[in-house]
Design a protein around this ligand. Structure first.
Ligand code: ADP
Ligand code: MG
Length: 331
């Protein structure tokens, strides 16, 4: 009897603290987000999910260039007119974007958006844009003409026609911020997954590390490698969700700031980094830089790794990555 009581008691303790995984999928920032949290019950999970959703919406309102009222829109509307004072948060995000532009030699450039009225990646474009129009607009892409005044905390786009956009870094930034809000409000483990751009914290309910499968964009049903991700971010760029096909060539929605045309040498770039923001920005950059220059850069940055699939299906990787080709069933 005593033995039975002990067993029952331990079972009760086990069930009352048993952790489960809860997923919540929804559209945010124009993309599909899946928020996964480990919690004791649905009620606790809902509490965490609400915090994450609020944080992501807050960031969208701050950085979106589509929202008329955002700080970003005010900067864009005043291009060539006057500097705009912004929040500390947006100012430091733009400062970090500028650092990434310098590291990547301008492959990453938030002023790419100066040309976004020319390209349309929803499938509606049928012909190449006029080259003279591209040439005209590409002149407006230059991160050096995004003038930051740290003391006044203002941002000024030097020329009329310039525009900035955070499409290449915003989802990563939002994922990081949602993660850190959740950790502060007591969430033990989870994943913020913004259409494949993801960051994790803690472990699965089983105690195992979270794992991420990398698929070959040329053969979407096949995962070619699984990676454990422990408190890390994994971001993939150019997975062909948005592209335009012109004269038999597929162009991604990533613009080469040097030419004003979409970059088209690689099929996908996956970057692993401590922060999703950095991983997001670098994945986009490498897409423009190409495999050799991209891998060379990644090999010089601590705690950052990458896996690239080129147009011929070749898999290339930075020096610290071990590919463990496992078949699909294992995970
Ligand atoms: P996804 O949104 O599919 O994850 P990316 O993170 O690579 O893809 O971001 C692509 C987006 O980044 C484009 O839709 C555009 O908004 C923006 N962008 C395109 N080219 C550049 C560039 N050279 N530098 C910075 N941002 C870019
Ligand atoms: Mg990106």
């Amino acid at each position: 009897m005593r033995y039975l009581t002990v067993v029952l008691l331990s079972l009760m303790t086990f069930f009352s603290t048993a952790q489960k995984k809860f997923d919540h999928k929804m559209k945010l920032m124009g993309s599909s987000f899946t928020i996964t949290v480990v919690a004791e019950n649905q009620q606790e999970a809902d509490k965490h999910i609400k915090v994450a959703v609020e944080e992501i919406k807050r960031i969208e309102n701050l950085i979106s260039s589509w929202k008329e009222t955002s700080e970003t829109s005010r900067i864009n509307k005043n291009a060539g007119i006057k500097p705009i004072r912004v929040s500390k948060e947006l100012f430091s995000l733009i400062e970090r974007c500028q650092t990434i532009s310098r590291i990547t030699n301008g492959a990453f450039d938030i002023s790419f958006a100066s040309i976004d009225h020319i390209w349309n990646f929803d499938g509606s474009m049928k012909t190449m844009p006029d080259s003279s129009v591209v040439e005209q607009s590409v002149r407006n892409i230059n991160y050096r003409n995004i003038l930051l005044d740290k003391k006044k905390r203002t941002v000024f786009l030097k020329h009329e026609g310039m525009k900035i956009g955070f499409g290449a870094i915003g989802k990563g930034y939002a994922a990081d911020k949602a993660k850190s809000r959740l950790q502060k409000t007591g969430s033990r483990a989870g994943i913020i997954n913004a259409s494949g751009d993801l960051t994790t914290w803690g472990r699965q309910p089983s105690g195992k590390k979270w794992t991420v499968g990398i698929t070959n964009p040329l053969n979407k049903n096949r995962v070619f490698s699984w990676f454990p991700v422990d408190d890390r971010a994994v971001v993939t760029s150019g997975d062909y969700e948005q592209f335009v096909e012109l004269n038999g060539t597929k162009y991604s929605h990533i613009i080469d700031p040097r030419t004003g045309y979409p970059a088209h040498g690689l099929a996908s770039v996956t970057v692993f980094a401590p922060k999703a923001e950095l991983a997001d920005a670098l994945a986009t950059s490498i897409f423009v830089m190409g495999a050799d220059a991209g891998i060379n850069m990644v090999d010089q940055i601590k705690h950052v790794d990458c896996v690239i699939v080129d147009k011929n299906g070749n898999i290339l990787k930075s020096k610290n990555i071990q590919l463990n080709t496992i078949n699909n069933e294992e995970n």
